[in-house]
Design a protein around this ligand. Structure first.
Ligand SMILES: [Zn+2]
Length: 113
């Protein structure tokens, strides 16, 4: 890639230009994958909508559920349920890599002799 300031060739993964020290915008893009709003695969009570919101906003999903429940109650129940159903339809299920690891083997059941 080419530094936008001094127009010299630098390595693609560089965060800063070696010649003029300008921070390269590219470094930020390469970092973490873009944050997507999706239903949680792991943290789910009904459809994972609140869990997904909790993951997205980096908040405890229990707080999201509590707020959702309160808003639902104070708006006459139906709107909250409709919004939940809409979110269920609209939000894609979270990516597979966020899935919980396969159920850990419980205490091995050794047959009694
Ligand atoms: Zn430069």
């Amino acid at each position: 890639m080419v530094c936008p300031k001094c127009q010299r060739e630098i390595a693609d993964y560089s965060s800063y230009c070696y010649y003029c020290g300008t921070r390269q915008a590219r470094a930020a893009e390469v970092g973490a994958p873009p944050r997507r709003l999706h239903r949680s695969v792991v943290d789910s009570k009904i459809a994972g909508v609140c869990g997904g919101l909790g993951e997205y906003f980096d908040t405890d999903s229990t707080i999201v559920r509590l707020v959702w429940a309160l808003v639902t109650i104070f708006t006459g129940i139906v709107p909250g349920i409709l919004v939940y159903l809409a979110a269920w339809l609209i939000m894609p299920l979270g990516p597979a890599y966020m899935q919980a690891p396969a159920a850990a083997p419980g205490p091995t059941q050794t047959p009694h002799a």
